[in-house]
Design a protein around this ligand. Sequence first.
Ligand SMILES: [Zn+2]
Length: 434
Amino acid sequence: KSCENRDIWAMKVSDNVAVNETDEPDILYMGMHHAREWMTVEVPIYFLNYLVNNYGTDPEITYLVDNRELWIIPMVNPDGYQYSRDVDSNWRKNRRDNGDSTFGVDLNRNYNGSQNGDSSGAWGGSGASDITSADTYCGPEPFSEPCTQAIRDLVIEHASNSNKFILSVSYHSYAEDIYYPWGYATSATTTSPDWQLQRRIAENLSTYNGYTVMQSGDTYLTTGDTDDWIYGYSKYVLGDPTYPFTIELDTSFQPPTSQIPITCEKHIGVNLYLAEIADNPAQEYPVITHTPLLDTKNTTGPYTAIANITSNIGLNSSALKLVWRTGTVSDTTVTLSPTGNPDEYYADIPGQSDGTWFYYYIYTEDSGGNKSTSPETEVWESQNYYKFYVGEDRVTYTVYNLAPNATKTVNLTVTSLATALPEEVANIKVIVTS
Ligand SMILES: [Zn+2]
């Protein structure tokens, strides 16, 4: 409940929502810490609607909902929002009665600082004001406000239920920026111990919205913001970081309504990406480089597939495989062996008779159990295969020499054999030779 007794809604989207499924990574999406930033409630609501509408039909959405716990809090500051709608559209804070005829605490200055022992990152420092009338008034003490307490309690409750949030995003406006911690310091003075990964994730998010990536403190210093607390608490109190991001939407607090679907649509990809990487935020996967085998007339074999496989954390050498099949026959698995060259592995596949389509993929795992395949396949897709053809050329053709402006009718009958596959097609080609 807010100061004025409004509900702060948190929506959980997952399968088995009544159950805390600790094997499913949790992601926290927040909007509207600041009252006048109206778009920041649209983006999470739109995302919620998108998930619900596409569950069961879109394989990616279905997979993510079934295998993640997505927590969406579209409006952290309902009192301020209502006031910004009814009275003052430029209102930023909540509606706390400060007791001195001023109102409001800046919720994004009311969290408990950076938690890393650096006093300059503590609540009430740079970028926060202790003047009650100020727009960045940080409140009488950290977490003085029910709205920030609600976020704090949710984050702590998740951690103590073995379901710590892996990633979070807090939507603000405006700037078209993506921020990662710290907010209390510039990158020139203090970076977070995880800044490289934080930055890498932020840059990947930027591929969806095109926003500028920077350490939060490089735009202006803040203390007591959501992200410094979530990161600091998880990293220094729990010893296991959550990766929080702040995204500053748009180029004004209240863009025209025509901008709503544009901004919301742009952030579907951002929000899905956070959900997607939540099982492995570092995105450490074995890297496979492989030149696919080509069509061959060799029916005796073997066909030797060679792949270069590397991993930053080390490969599970007993889990390196080549999986193959012909036609629709079921898969056969062959273990990849080292060729003797660094990082190079091979597998021999037996020869096949003339007219065989051959399908295969390479499967790898690292020592952390992270999997990858070549060709790449998303977990919600059915496996992609390379393919090649064993046998003589299958191209047959008839040539008609036609006079200029001549008309020729060609009748084609395409017979699909039992073994025919979609790759076998008919073409009519017209070549002008003079
Ligand atoms: Zn804001």
